[in-house]
Design a protein around this ligand. Structure first.
Ligand SMILES: [Zn+2]
Length: 86
């Protein structure tokens, strides 16, 4: 099991995400989930798979106990928006 040490763990953006204390994704890094969604959004990928189990874990920062599902969705939307600006 990998542990995320990226700086995005302390991004205040993720404080707006819903808390996920008991769900399947509660120890997964929301920053990594966001980036995965963003990349798929940028490509306007139509078949999405969050694949929660493959995300690194995180125990620190603003991403702790936040919903990786919501983070992925936010990243996907931001990626889509970015795809129209290039
Ligand atoms: Zn991460």
């Amino acid at each position: 099991m990998s542990i995320c040490n990226s700086r995005h763990r302390h991004d205040p953006t993720f404080e707006t995400l819903p808390l996920d204390q008991g769900g399947a994704g509660r120890h997964r890094c929301c920053g990594c989930a966001y980036e995965r969604g963003y990349d798929l959004g940028l490509q306007r990928e139509e078949l999405l798979n969050i694949d929660i189990e493959s995300l690194p874990e995180s125990q620190a920062g603003t991403v702790r106990h936040r919903s990786p599902h919501a983070a992925f969705a936010m990243g996907y939307q931001d990626g889509i928006a970015a795809s129209y600006m290039s």
